[in-house]
Design a protein around this ligand. Structure first.
Ligand code: MN
Length: 486
């Protein structure tokens, strides 16, 4: 079902956005796809270039087995068809950062065929994005235009690095869905260990195909926005591009199929080249490379070695700990966060533990710009805090104060509670005395509570105030009811 709230309201009626993505993910590997040169971030220009990468005459490519394994692993993680026979083709074009004059890619016969990704929306509901294919290809080098006013330099460190191009079906209907899809895809790749998913370093970047149509009509003409490398830019590029297309169509114009660039500074897309100017790549099978034949037993062994993936982990967290789909979905976004939760939740109230991990701790870490692996508070300390609440030693409100002290490095929660005298007052005698004097001092309030028992909250609040928030709310409620004769 189309979520009607996501339709664009035009002057002449409503429009639906149709989105398909081509994601380029750099394969996590120490060496390049067809050479032994190192892959890494931060090396000086042209320090990671072999004779193959520089396309010296007579150099021959040799396929990197590890990169093939990573592609197969990714295909299995996307519940996709693994093609036991695939081909490498030459995609011919001239560009200064491409010394070979062609990119080795896979055209007709990719290593991975159809699969699917289940994506969570913010409200906890899910939708499915079809995967059309995944193929292996080389990355190009990089032209440097800012080194000299009169010359362009070239850095070939990236040339020949292995990429997985993951092509989706046009199954997304809003910029939020597109961003959520890339997020989920990234999570799966990081769990698999096949891509480190660092978008800032360009290790994961998306080409976004955008078209608009009247709801339920045939697909419209699409434009492709190249190389968008953050969730925010993906959303901004789509919003701008869809509006642009609607305006053209509503003015009676036609969309020209073309490649566009997103300018994050001006938050707009600009034409790069139209279909007429599009390259004719003259694909043909690379004569230097044999067809890639995979042993079914090898594929099976890779399948058997896959880690627990996000969807399976989410289902398990729900069934094993009784968490909601929403809580489990938030925990599995990062493997380390789910691990942290499981370490803290052992033997504790899981729902309560999940709340501390996904709310208070997550907010504190985000504000400090730290990841959960850098958390100054350990899973054991969160478990101890939850235990104190479960045992009735502290209330949830006091727990917030204890948490702040834990964050500030004041020690373990039990020690903090002891040192600060934060234990709940469950001593009935002391509480009864406070309650009796409150009732005596406020006969009007007491009368209205007898008529309207929901109003008891006022008295609970007063008792809390009198005890500095340390009274056990359950005990207070029970005592109040008894004393007011409810
Ligand atoms: Mn590509």
């Amino acid at each position: 079902m189309t979520d009607t709230s996501k339709l664009i309201e035009g002057r002449t009626g409503q429009w639906e956005i149709v989105l398909g993505l081509e994601v380029h993910a750099q394969v996590a590997s120490n060496a390049k796809l067809f050479s032994g040169a190192a892959v890494g971030f931060g090396a000086g220009p042209n320090q990671q270039v072999s004779l193959v990468d520089a396309a010296m005459p007579g150099m021959l490519p040799v396929i990197n087995r590890h990169c093939v394994e990573q592609a197969v692993k990714t295909g299995l993680g996307l519940k996709a068809q693994i093609n036991l026979r695939s081909l490498f083709d030459r995609k011919n074009y001239f560009y200064p950062d491409l010394p070979q004059g062609y990119q080795i890619s896979q055209f007709k016969d990719p290593i991975v065929g159809e699969g699917e990704v289940i994506v969570e929306r913010d409200d906890g509901t899910t939708f499915t994005v079809g995967i059309e294919r995944l193929h292996l290809e080389q990355d190009a080098g990089k032209s440097l235009h800012d080194q000299d006013p009169n010359a362009t330099y070239v850095d070939l460190n990236r040339a020949g690095t292995a990429l997985m191009e993951i092509v989706s079906r046009p199954d997304m209907r809003s910029s939020e869905e597109a961003a959520a899809y890339v997020k989920k895809l990234r999570t799966i790749l990081v769990y698999l260990g096949t891509c480190d998913g660092d978008m800032e370093k360009g290790n994961l970047r998306a080409d976004v195909n955008v078209s608009v149509r009247r709801p339920g009509a045939e697909l419209g003409t699409r434009c492709e926005i190249k190389n968008v490398n953050s969730y925010r830019y993906i959303q901004q590029a789509i919003e701008y591009e869809a509006r642009r297309q609607v305006e053209i169509l509503e003015d009676g114009g036609k969309i020209t199929q073309e490649t566009r660039l997103f300018d994050p500074t001006r938050v707009e897309t600009r034409s790069m080249r139209s279909k007429e100017e599009a390259h004719d790549y003259r694909y043909f099978p690379d004569p230097d490379l044999l067809p890639l034949e995979l042993d079914p037993a090898w594929v099976k062994s890779i399948d058997a070695s896959l880690p627990e993936l996000p969807d399976a982990k989410k289902a398990r967290l729900q069934s094993q700990y009784g968490l909601t789909a929403y809580d489990a979905g938030v925990l599995i976004i990062e493997q380390a966060r789910a691990d942290f939760f499981e370490a803290a939740a052992a033997g504790r109230d899981a729902k309560l533990t999940a709340n501390w991990v996904t709310n208070d701790l997550a907010a504190r870490l985000a504000a400090a710009g730290q990841s959960i692996t850098e958390s100054p508070i350990s899973p054991g300390e969160i478990a101890e805090l939850v235990a104190l609440i479960e045992e009735g030693v502290i209330s949830s409100r006091i727990a917030k104060d204890v948490f702040e002290r834990m964050w500030a490095g004041e020690g373990r929660p039990r020690a903090i509670v002891k040192a600060q005298g934060l234990q709940q007052v469950s001593d009935t005698g002391a509480l009864e005395a406070i309650i009796d004097s409150l009732i005596a001092a406020n006969p009007g309030q007491a009368e209205s509570v007898r008529e309207k028992p929901q109003a008891i909250g006022w008295f609970v609040g007063q008792v809390m105030k009198a005890t500095g928030g340390k009274a056990n709310p359950g005990t207070v409620n029970a005592l109040l009811k008894a004393r007011l004769g409810l």
